[in-house]
Write a protein that binds this ligand. Sequence first.
Ligand code: UDX
Ligand code: UDX
Length: 459
Amino acid sequence: MNKGKNILCIGAGYVGGPTMAVIAAKCPEYKVTVADIDESRIEAWNSEKLPIYEPGLLELVKKVRGKNLFFTTDIAKGIKESGIIFVSVNTPTKTFGEGAGKAADLQYWEKTARAIVEHAEDSKIVIEKSTLPLRAAEAMHRILHSNTKGLDFDVISNPEFMAEGTAIGDMQNPDRVLIGGMENPSGKKAVKAIADIYAHWVPGGKILLTNVWSSELSKLVANAMLAQRISSINSISALCEKTDADVTEVAKAVGMDSRIGPKFLRASVGFGGSCFKKDILNLVYLCEYYGLPEVAAYWEQVVKINDFQERRFVKNIVRNMFNTIAGKRIAVFGFAFKADTGDTRESPAIYITKMLLEERADLSIYDPEALDNATRDLKDAKGKFELVKDPYECARKAHAVLILTEWDEFKKLDYGKIYASMEKPAFVFDGRNILNHRELFETGFNVFPIGSAKLTHLK
Ligand code: UDX
Ligand code: UDX
């Protein structure tokens, strides 16, 4: 068995699954095994209904599953048989003890490192794929070298930059692949082994080799800077609503400056997802830890503006619906944190629906992919709400429709039909600015976009 051609990935989540499916498809001479402690997840990966929704993923998995891509719960066997081990277990924000609310909870990640030490019978290359705090590779290195079997491990940082909904395309055609390694001969050899995998489909110029710490920090900074752009434009959306400026026009005008660029300037109800908030808070914690309170406060503001934007959206609804939404049916369109995914982690919809329930609104919620996750997210929520599988049914007898996710599907609905079925006056609060506001207004709706003037028939 050539273990150097056997890849194991521990953690069959949003990151591990799609990443390994692409590697298996692009590198037929490697055997790729994805292992997870969660039996039901592995069962799902082996079925027709994968545990995550990602465009193109099922087709890709079906091409390689059983050939050179395998899903298993037998982590120990995977470790024994593989020379290359990717670790992509989850690293949520700590909810307890030192650093609670900011630092990463590394317990799963450390358990995984210890499992590698326990089951390895020879030396391995271990790659961190989970986002981790700075110097985590060093800690991983120390745990792995605590082994008494005389084994040597090379630890590599290879952060992922895939966005959900476009994960397969991002992985097949990445802006760059970042590989950080230790600067010694064995570290360099390990980096080359990982670069060789990506070289199957990524041009050399896009494979960036750095030291481990630069690689780890780059991941946090990339996410922090993307989120910062959203908070920047969202802060301006609040100002636009007070003036006659339109945030979409401002974003376009600003983004046409080639130094700024047009992407990630869409004003919204706020950003969500498993990474942005967690990574920024991680960065904040690091800065505090290293005695840089000014830098910490600077980045923390990105998260504070996001919270402000979510609260502001709810306040706007209450204020404009005659200062009360108690007992009023409100239709929520979209629960996923973004379009083309069923993922709801840190979705603005969670916070917004909970705030609406506190106002005693009577909610009906529709999402094309995220209703299962929404059920879980709202299981302890108090108040009246129902999850509905059809958008027209969701809006029936509602006083307002809220757009919380930018699903294409929402643009194509028959709003004349929706309007006719609603209570009057009927409101639309477009938290993603995806609908045709003028048309809605002409249909009879009172329309409240993000960051531009409301269109209302109310005197
Ligand atoms: C994960 C991390 O959360 C994130 O920090 C990083 O940026 C990318 O990797 P994701 O793949 O989205 O993100 O996480 P998730 O979908 O929760 O998958 C993690 C998987 O690891 C789960 O299936 C979980 O069962 C598994 N796991 C967790 C293990 O196999 N062993 C453990 O000890 C803990
Ligand atoms: C992000 C990073 O983009 C990716 O590189 C990293 O690997 C993981 O984290 P993801 O969280 O999947 O990916 O989604 P992303 O497309 O970045 O969107 C994050 C959030 O920002 C979503 O809630 C989205 O709706 C919101 N967003 C995005 C805006 O509100 N406005 C924008 O202009 C862009």
